[in-house]
Each structure stands twice: as structure tokens, then as C-alpha cells.
Design a binder for this molecule. Structure first.
Ligand SMILES: [Zn+2]
Length: 389
């Protein structure tokens, strides 16, 4: 075998073992060997290397079947810190987290609507400096990276915000500038993708290899994880799920992208508000419609059902395309998901092929801003515990 091939095999084995410790830990070396099919000695060599790198630590002992006590291994979540930043309209929320995603300190800042590139960068840097100073004055652990999630078209590899749906800026090299100014590696990702990575590393997706995170609310998007890796596409826009055409009739609302017939124009907050207006003549907020649904109001329940029909069409398409193990529903729409759920399940049962509806678990996660910040921090954790293939 060539040297390059040997390195590849070792890295593949390393990432397999690391993944077992992350998802099944605490585990013993013998258990890792059984789960991976790798020999005991190979596992031991790999584990020793990970311990020396500070990725894995030994903890306690467990009675094994042979009577000998086995040392258990787990990831070293205290091995460093990460900063996660979520960019919202006129607002930045950031957090210092440990490597298990536990939030240690939150900081947030508003920024004016007319902020230019340098204002925006300065605000990002000020938040990072506050969090790094906090860490220095407390446990003083190494900050291993800054993960940033922002809506729009992002080039992950160059850390460039090409075009944003949230802020009015083009081609900002956020990664490069922030790295130069702070000396900390920066990982920039589309916000829905960051959310999906967060769910994969810390949340409802931890035990899955193929998962989709669908975000519902003001917009509709999807983060796609195939064989443990985020799928970004060739032009940085994979997952623009809200803009798949769902019908050829003219929509009640023109989509934010300017087209008619997009899923987002049929199942987003605005679509639900418009349905309610058409049905009742009342223009009220999505929160008010949700409260009415809670009280059993027939019109409110009907508009959620209608939005659920279209979302069900979209989700069936995703299931037929990707055959995922699970679909996680996030975003602020997760709050009213329960009023769409039975309709979505009905459509998916009809439209998903090969009985996949029975196999794919669709699970909403409660809307929480911290999930999005933690998702951004997961971009760093992914690099620390990365699959080395
Ligand atoms: Zn659209």
C-alpha cells in the first residue's frame, strides 16, 4: 500500500473511532473494537494518539464481562472553547461554549440598518473580544475557533459572505478579516447549514448519518447532511428548499425571490397571515393566529392545515430525493408545527415512495435562538472532531 493510502486508511479509522466515542461514549477500547470491527491493538494505537492530542480523555472504569475492569473513554469537551455567532436582521447574538455545545456566556449587539461593511465587522469583533476577555478572566482555555451563521450565499472555503438575505452587504471576506484581527480561526456557513451541523453535533441529529433540517417561519430552507457531511452544492446554495416550485397556480403572495409558486409563498409566516386575511378579513400576526389555533379557532386551524399541505408536498419531495433517516423541523415555525403536523404526515404518507413515510422520523425542535448560536459554534466543534477523510 502506498504511503498516501496508509494515511487515508489511518485517518478514516481515526474518524470512525472518534465518531463512536462522540455518539456512544463513554466506551471502552474493547467496545470500540467490537463496534468498528478494527483490531484491539489498532484501536488502542488510535485512542492513545487522540489522548495525546487532547481530543479524548480516560474516565473511570467499568466492570467488563471477563471480570477485568475496562477504562472508559469520552471526548474531552473541556479541551477548549468555541464562539458561535448568529447574524440576524440588525442584531448579532453570540456565545462562548464548551465543546459539548454547553453555553457559558452570551453576548449580543444591535447594529443599525444602514451599517456598512466596516461597521458590521467592528461589531462582530467587539462581540468576539468581549467573549475572549471573559474566557481569559475565567477558565482561560484556548478558543479553538469562531463559527458564524448568516443567511445567504456563503463560500465556506474562503469564509466569504457573497450575498446575504439578512444584511445589505456583498462579497465580505468575513473569515479572512476576522482571523487577521483576532488570531482565531473562523468558519463561516449559511445559517440553516450551521443549524443543521448544530443538530448533528449537539441536538436531535446526533445519532444519524443522513438527516435534513428544514427551517420554517419567515423563510423556508433546508440543511442537508449526507453520510455525516454537509452538502453545500457546487455554487454554495444547496438547500434553497423554500424556492422549489410547488404549484403552477398564481400564489396569493409573490415569493421573496420574485417568483410565483414557490413553497415559501405557500407555507411561510406571511403565507399563513395572508390565508387568514382571505378567510376572515382580519389581518393579524402569526403569533395571534397561533394563539387562536391553541384556542381551537376553526379559521386558524384551517390556515395551518393549508400551509401544512404544501409543506407536506415539499417534505415528501425531500424524502424521495434524499431518503434521510430523519427530518428535523426548526425555525420559529416549529412553534406552530403541531397545527400542521397531521396534515404533513397525511401528505407524506401519500407521496413518499416505497413506504418511506413509515421509516423517516419527522421531529420538530423547539424554537430557541440559542440553538442557532450553538449551531454556529458547532462549526468549530466539527473542525476539532472532524472526519479526517
Ligand atoms: Zn421563491
Amino acid at each position: 500500500m502506498k504511503k498516501g493510502d496508509l494515511v487515508l486508511v489511518k485517518n478514516t479509522n481515526m474518524s470512525t473511532v472518534l465518531d463512536i466515542i462522540r455518539t456512544a461514549g463513554p466506551v471502552s477500547r474493547a467496545h470500540i473494537s467490537r463496534l468498528t470491527g478494527l483490531s484491539r491493538s489498532t484501536c488502542s494505537v488510535l485512542v492513545d494518539e487522540m489522548i495525546s492530542e487532547g481530543l479524548v480523555i480516560e474516565m473511570g472504569k467499568q466492570e467488563s464481562s471477563g471480570g477485568r475492569k475496562a477504562i472508559l473513554l469520552k471526548l474531552n469537551y473541556e479541551g477548549g472553547r468555541a464562539i458561535g455567532i448568529k447574524v440576524m436582521q440588525n442584531h448579532i447574538a453570540a456565545a462562548l461554549v464548551d465543546l459539548s455545545g454547553k453555553i457559558i456566556k452570551i453576548q449580543s449587539r444591535d447594529f443599525p440598518k444602514d451599517s456598512d461593511k466596516s461597521d458590521f465587522i467592528e461589531i462582530l469583533i467587539s462581540v468576539v473580544l468581549l467573549l475572549t476577555a471573559y474566557e481569559k478572566n475565567n477558565t482561560n482555555k484556548n478558543i479553538l475557533g469562531i463559527g458564524i451563521g448568516v443567511g445567504g450565499k456563503i463560500d465556506f472555503h474562503t469564509g466569504t459572505l457573497i450575498e446575504s438575505s439578512i444584511i445589505n452587504l456583498l462579497n465580505v471576506q468575513i473569515g479572512k478579516i476576522l482571523e487577521e484581527r483576532t488570531g482565531i480561526p473562523v468558519y463561516l456557513e449559511n445559517d440553516v447549514n450551521a443549524f443543521a451541523v448544530g443538530e448533528k453535533y449537539f441536538g436531535a441529529g446526533i445519532h444519524y448519518h443522513n438527516l435534513l433540517c428544514v427551517t420554517v417561519g419567515q423563510g423556508i430552507g433546508a440543511g442537508i447532511i449526507v453520510d455525516d457531511n454537509l452538502f453545500r452544492g457546487s455554487h454554495h446554495i444547496a438547500g434553497e428548499f423554500g424556492h422549489i416550485r410547488i404549484t403552477d397556480s398564481n400564489s396569493a403572495t409573490i415569493c421573496t425571490c420574485g417568483k410565483n409558486g414557490c413553497l415559501e409563498a405557500y407555507s411561510s409566516n406571511q403565507a399563513i397571515i395572508n390565508y387568514f386575511l382571505v378567510l376572515t378579513g382580519k389581518k393579524i400576526s402569526i403569533e395571534e393566529i397561533t394563539i387562536l389555533a391553541e384556542q381551537g379557532d376553526k379559521s386558524a386551524l384551517e390556515v395551518f392545515r393549508k400551509a401544512g399541505t404544501y409543506l407536506g408536498y415539499g417534505i415528501s419531495t425531500l424524502i424521495n430525493l434524499f431518503d434521510p433517516e430523519t427530518i428535523i423541523i426548526g425555525g420559529e415555525g416549529a412553534v406552530y408545527y403541531r397545527y400542521m403536523e397531521s396534515e404533513i404526515n397525511r401528505v407524506v404518507r401519500e407521496d413518499a415512495v416505497y413506504g418511506l413515510a413509515e421509516e423517516v422520523e419527522i421531529q420538530p425542535v423547539l424554537f430557541d435562538d440559542n440553538l442557532w448560536i450553538r449551531g454556529a459554534a458547532a462549526l468549530v466543534v466539527r473542525e476539532v472532531f472532524r472526519k479526517k477523510t
